[in-house]
Design a protein around this ligand. Sequence first.
Ligand code: ADP
Length: 270
Amino acid sequence: MLMTDTTRPVIELRHVSFGYADRAVVRSIDLDVRPGEVVALLGPNGSGKSTLVRGLLGLTDQLGGEATVLGQPLRDLSERYRIGYVPQRHTLSGSVRATVEEVVAVGRLPHQGWFVRRTPEDRRAITEALELVGLAERAGDDVSTLSGGQQRRVLIARALAAEPDLLIMDEPTAGVDEASQRVLAEVLRRLTASGRTLLIVTHEVAALRDVVTRIVELTSGRVSFDGTPERYAEHRREQIVGSHPCPPTDPPHGSHLPSAGPLSTGADHA
Ligand code: ADP
């Protein structure tokens, strides 16, 4: 892995706006993410989570502010491979026939095809990625024979194979059954134990309650909460109590939290 400055934030945003053409969707936000942090990005649909993530990946326009990612200004970030990305609700069924190992290798050697000669370093990184997601024994299997949850893990391994310094995941636990959610949460726990910096867009923070160290909530393109999961539970309680006697009929997505008590079970979302 490339040497990372362990003191500098991995992401530094100062009054940053991201959007489309000249319409800012993420509006003048400040955000520092430090090495090893595991940040859940929450917010209602349309609040700008994807736009923020796409902005960090250089896929939406930066319309203002100063953005530094992995120590480089975002506008001229040359080493985008240092940011891993696991896209939303993506599975591999129906795509070209390939083994699990071949798909993961694409994350390591994106421009060189599957059959290129791999260095020992490449082989090590690919094997480690497969082991981390618990699929080493399926390496030679056709990806189409894997379940949806297993395919998510293949996609995580594909991103990990490049040994990124920052891994961004969009809804990694959405749309899979409860058992797969638990396995995915365990994979994320292993990733965090290895000190990786993660930014996870999720609606299912309860399922990831042991994993995330920090919650950032967006509302209408602005940061409406930034703090620990425990503090977030209090924040949600205060919002609900504050709105009494007419609680919102459509509470913000991303909460999935009880109206009282700490982040809880997560067993309610298959
Ligand atoms: P979230 O991920 O929180 O659901 P998005 O970032 O997808 O929110 O969307 C925020 C806003 O950005 C929405 O109003 C949406 O219409 C707008 N938007 C998203 N993608 C595009 C696009 N490609 N072009 C123009 N506007 C977009």
